[in-house]
Design a protein around this ligand. Structure first.
Ligand SMILES: Cc1cc2nc3c(=O)[nH]c(=O)nc-3n(C[C@H](O)[C@H](O)[C@H](O)COP(=O)(O)OP(=O)(O)OC[C@H]3O[C@@H](n4cnc5c(N)ncnc54)[C@H](O)[C@@H]3O)c2cc1C
Length: 328
C-alpha cells in the first residue's frame, strides 16, 4: 500500500468537519508510505467542494458532478471509487465512519478484495505497514489491526479522531471519467434528514456535558440546556448519565460513545474517567465544574471551577446573557 485515497461525504457540496480531518490524515499517511494523497468528491456540488478542499494538503482531487451519483443509491459512487483505487494502485482508502460511510466502505472493500477495519481512532505506519487502532467489544479492548499482504485496505475513521489542518494545498483537480457499461436500479426517491442530535454533537462549537453529579434527567434540560443555548452549543453526557436513562445514548461521549473535538468543552458533574477523557481530550479548551477539587478531571481540564453545579451554572448562564445583551 502506498497511496491514500479519501472519500468525501457531502450533501450538495456541504460537508462535515471529518472531511478535512481525513484530508489532513491522508497527507500524513501518504508521506509515511511514500505515496500520494488523493480525495474523491462525487455528485451535485462536487466541483465547488473540491475548491474548498484545495486548501488542504492533498496531491490530487478527483471530481465528478455526475447527477447519477445522487439519483441512485451508492452504486455509482462505488463504481467511481473502485475505478480511482484501481487507477491509483495499492492504496489505503479512508472513509468517514458514518451511516453512509460504513455502507460505502463495505461495498468498496468487497469490490477491491480489500481488508476492512472499522471505527478507527488512530492509524500508525510501521515498516511500511498500516496499523489501525480501534476500540472493540464495547470499548473494553483496544485493537490494532494491520492489513496482511493486501493490495488495498479500507478504513472507516471515527469523526473527531484527527485534527484538521488547512495549508500546504495546491492539489491538482482532475475530472473523473464516468465508469462505463453500468446500469443502476436503486433510485433514491426521497431524503430523510438525519436527526440533529447526532450531527449536532459532533459538529457543535461548544459541548456542555453532564454526568452523574447532576443527579437526574431534569438538569440536562433545565440547567445545561439554557447554558448551551446561550453559548450556541449542545448538550452531551457521560456514560453514567446515559446508563441511568437520564439522556439517550446518542448523547454519550467517550470510548463507547461519540468522540467530540469542539473549541470549548464544559464538563459538569463529571469525574473525568479515562473512558470519558478519550472522547473529548482533543477539545480546544476544557472547563470542568465539579464539587471535588481532586476529581481526575482536574488533571486535564484547562480550568476547574470547584463548587456546586446547581449554583454555578445558572449564575454563569445569567452572566453570559447579560454580557451578550451589552454587546447586542
Ligand atoms: C468498557 C468501558 C467503557 C466505558 N465507556 C465510557 C464512555 O464512553 N463514556 C463515559 O463517560 N464513561 C464510560 N465508561 C464509564 C467510566 O469509567 C465512568 O464510570 C463514567 O465516565 C463516570 O461518569 P461520571 O463522571 O458522570 O460519574 P462519576 O464518576 O460518579 O462522577 C460524578 C462527579 O460529579 C461530581 N459532582 C457530584 N455532585 C456535584 C454537584 N452538585 N456539582 C458539581 N459536581 C458534582 C462528583 O464530585 C464526581 O466527580 C466506560 C467504562 C467501561 C468499563
Amino acid at each position: 500500500m502506498r497511496n491514500v485515497i479519501t472519500f468525501v461525504e457531502h450533501k450538495a457540496g456541504k460537508t462535515r468537519k471529518v472531511t478535512f480531518e481525513l484530508a489532513t490524515e491522508a497527507r500524513r499517511l501518504a508521506d509515511a508510505l511514500g505515496g500520494k494523497a488523493q480525495a474523491v468528491v462525487l455528485g451535485e456540488g462536487a466541483s465547488a467542494l473540491a475548491e474548498q478542499l484545495k486548501g488542504y494538503p492533498l496531491d490530487l482531487i478527483g471530481v465528478s458532478d455526475d447527477p447519477e451519483v445522487d439519483r441512485f443509491l451508492l452504486d455509482p459512487a462505488i463504481d467511481y471509487l473502485e475505478a480511482v483505487a484501481k487507477g491509483a494502485g495499492p492504496s489505503v482508502v479512508l472513509v468517514p465512519n458514518t451511516l453512509q460511510g460504513r455502507d460505502v466502505a463495505g461495498r468498496l472493500a468487497a469490490r477491491l478484495g480489500a481488508g476492512l477495519t472499522s471505527d478507527v481512532t488512530d492509524i500508525k505506519v510501521e515498516g511500511g505497514r498500516v496499523g489501525c487502532v480501534s476500540p472493540k467489544l464495547g470499548g473494553s479492548t483496544i485493537t490494532t489491526c494491520a492489513f496482511k499482504d493486501a493490495e488495498y485496505g479500507v478504513v472507516t475513521v471515527r469523526p473527531n479522531s484527527f485534527t484538521a489542518q488547512a495549508g500546504g494545498g495546491g492539489a491538482e483537480v482532475v475530472s473523473l471519467e464516468k465508469p462505463g457499461g453500468k446500469a443502476y436500479l436503486m433510485v433514491v426517491e426521497s431524503d430523510v434528514e438525519e436527526s440533529s442530535g447526532e450531527l449536532g454533537l459532533e459538529e457543535a462549537p461548544v459541548v456542555i456535558s453532564g454526568g452523574r453529579g447532576l443527579g437526574g434527567p431534569e438538569p440536562f434540560s433545565t440547567l445545561l440546556g439554557p447554558l448551551a443555548q446561550a453559548l450556541g452549543g449542545t448538550v452531551g453526557a457521560s456514560r453514567a448519565a446515559a446508563d441511568a436513562g437520564w439522556v439517550p445514548y446518542s448523547l454519550q461521549i467517550g470510548q463507547t460513545g461519540k468522540t467530540v473535538s469542539p473549541p470549548l468543552y464544559i464538563a459538569v458533574g463529571i469525574s473525568g474517567a479515562i473512558q470519558h477523557k478519550v472522547g473529548m481530550r482533543s477539545a480546544g479548551t476544557i472547563v470542568a465544574v465539579n464539587k471535588d477539587g481532586a476529581a481526575p478531571i482536574a488533571d486535564f481540564a484547562d480550568l476547574l471551577v470547584v463548587g456546586d453545579a446547581f449554583q454555578i451554572i445558572p449564575e454563569l448562564t445569567k452572566l453570559i446573557r447579560e454580557a451578550q445583551a451589552v454587546h447586542a
